[in-house]
Design a binder for this molecule. Structure first.
Ligand code: HEC
Length: 136
């Protein structure tokens, strides 16, 4: 009885944490978080969201391709000019969905993504320093 009560309280606390967590930080959504990793690993090298790079007209941020899952799948399954194909993502419905969730979020919240990218960049720089601390 006692044990069940504790489990219930723990479960409710967790639920509250997840709910308020996802409100405070929309990237906390599990799909989006996985999508973010896929983006950081595969796309960020060329596509920095929240900034103007070489050809902003063709940026993910302004792309209508992201809205349509079929067009995104097609886009990733072939080479597009300089952009290489990402067949392994195009073929993987789960990863494709996760990546798309994140890209949709990124299109709506470019400044949030810029923050994530900056954090990632300074973490990388710290790793290279061999110090593990943020230096600027
Ligand atoms: C090697 C650099 C590079 C990488 C890596 C890369 N892209 Fe691209 N991407 C480009 C270039 C260049 C274009 C413009 C292609 C063209 O000429 O039409 C583009 C265009 C796009 C567009 C279309 C924009 C439009 O015109 O509507 C989307 C969507 C896109 N990329 C998504 C992604 C995603 C998602 C990833 C990661 C899985 C990714 N890209 C990885 C270089 C890259």
């Amino acid at each position: 009885m006692q044990k069940q009560y504790i489990q219930f309280v723990a479960a409710s606390a967790l639920m509250m944490f997840v709910q308020t967590g996802s409100q405070a930080d929309p990237v906390a959504n599990a799909d989006m978080e996985a999508g973010q990793k896929i983006y950081m690993k595969n796309c960020e090298v060329c596509h920095l969201i929240g900034r103007n790079l070489i050809n902003p007209a063709k940026e993910i941020q302004n792309s209508t391709i992201v809205a349509d899952p079929k067009r995104l799948k097609e886009w990733l399954s072939r080479r597009n000019g300089i952009m290489p194909q990402f067949a392994h993502i195009a073929k993987n419905d789960i990863e494709l969905r996760q990546l798309r969730e994140f890209l949709l979020f990124a299109q709506k919240n470019p400044s949030e993504v810029k923050k994530l990218e900056d954090e990632e960049a300074s973490a990388e720089a710290a790793k290279k320093d061999g110090k593990g601390s943020k230096t600027k």
